[in-house]
Design a protein around this ligand. Structure first.
Ligand SMILES: Nc1ncnc2c1ncn2[C@@H]1O[C@H](COP(=O)(O)OP(=O)(O)OP(=O)(O)O)[C@@H](O)[C@H]1O
Length: 260
């Protein structure tokens, strides 16, 4: 089967520093894949290079077998590869519903403005409400986005991503800054995402990673140190050594062998 996402020798340098070094990776359609690694391992750089936010210095990125390496981020998004940002990308002075309507409009290629005209087409309104419902925010549809809590804003961003009808969604540390309750709600939302969606997630909270991911890739010094199912990653001695001395070592092994 053709991988939904494939990286072949993907490399990104900053001057003489090779932050991402010849990374090979393949995600099957519908796979939930997490990218982890100690601080400075190259996760953010790899993520941005895959999304097209950063240019690759070498190697290639293939989406459903098509080489997208030379395409800018917007064109990759139009082809179904959508990323989230650590900082919010919402229109805070628009309603919650209008934020999603704008995302739906982009898919239907209708000119977008944050006012009532954004929803003058019934199908856009219906679609936007459906996506809001799927993330549990339909009850907040008429509120301003600015009135949402941090966790709710992240839920709204998921609705906006879903509205673009992506094949691959790349989440950049989605639970950063969330309370425990918000994280719990967010993980439940991620677990309810449509099965056909392929997900790549960079996440520092290893508890979240081990709950959501079917496969985990560990980066260390820009290279793939290990890639496999969560249980194998936890048991991997090279991974344990890479995390040694990091505050996250405990997270990595806290649940080893335990049930979730
Ligand atoms: N814009 C930049 N210019 C120069 N070096 C950079 C730049 N961005 C990152 N680096 C370096 O590249 C390496 C990888 O950094 P990157 O941020 O990708 O790692 P990371 O795994 O995401 O780290 P963290 O978990 O701390 O966010 C590090 O050595 C970092 O100092």
């Amino acid at each position: 089967m053709t991988p939904l996402l494939e990286l072949r020798g993907l490399t990104r340098s900053y001057g003489s520093l090779t932050a991402v070094d010849s990374v090979d990776l393949a995600l099957a359609p519908g796979e939930r894949h997490a990218l982890i690694g100690p601080n400075g391992a190259g996760k953010s750089t790899l993520f941005a290079t895959v999304a097209g936010t950063l240019r690759a210095s070498g190697g290639s990125v293939l989406l459903s077998g098509q080489d997208v390496t030379s395409l800018p981020e917007g064109e990759r998004a139009r082809r179904g590869m959508v990323r989230t940002y650590q900082h919010s990308s919402l229109f805070l002075d628009c309603s919650v519903l209008d934020n999603v309507a704008l995302a739906v409009q982009r898919v239907h290629r209708v000119a977008h403005r944050c006012d009532r005209a954004a929803r003058r087409f019934r199908h856009i309104d219906t679609e936007a409400r459906r996506h809001l419902d799927s993330v549990g925010l339909l009850g907040r549809a008429q509120d301003m986005a600015a009135a949402l809590s941090h966790g709710e804003r992240r839920q709204l961003e998921v609705a906006m991503v879903l509205a673009t009808e992506p094949a691959l969604v790349m989440f950049d540390e989605p639970t950063a800054g969330m309370s425990a309750a918000e994280t719990e709600r967010f993980v439940a939302l991620m677990e309810r995402l449509p099965e056909r969606l392929t997900v790549l997630i960079v996440e520092h909270d290893l508890d979240v990673v081990f709950r959501l991911a079917e496969r985990v890739t560990v980066l260390h010094l820009g290279k793939v140190l290990a890639s496999g199912p969560p249980e194998a990653i936890r048991a991997d001695e090279a991974v344990q050594r890479a995390y040694l001395g990091s505050a996250r070592t405990e997270d990595l092994f806290a649940e080893a062998g335990g049930e979730r």
